[in-house]
Write a protein that binds this ligand. Sequence first.
Ligand SMILES: [Zn+2]
Length: 123
Amino acid sequence: MVNFTEEQLQQIKAAIHKRYLELQEEIRSELVNAGEEFDVSRADDINNILADVDTALIDKQINEMRELEMSEKYLMELEFGDCVDCGGEIGFERLIANPSAQRCIECQRKFEKFYSAGNAPSL
Ligand SMILES: [Zn+2]
């Protein structure tokens, strides 16, 4: 466990909360924008709305929200701040900038390289 000070923990917690609200707002406005073109009271239109919305983007946002929830849950636990891959420190600055980070920068690069190399399941 990285030894964060109480103050650092509070800052990370605030960053998690802020990002969470941002994501909620982004998803809401995307759904509202898409919904404007349709009569939301008609059940048939729901599928049209969902077809119109960028579901890949929303999936990504919802996924990030889940990660933030996890981070918040782990915040007070021993593993918080440790990279899930190498067990090294993720780093305070990185957590503030990216509160859902699960990996140190090094491991994140490897992770993204792996997935962008076509190993990710295509939608
Ligand atoms: Zn790592």
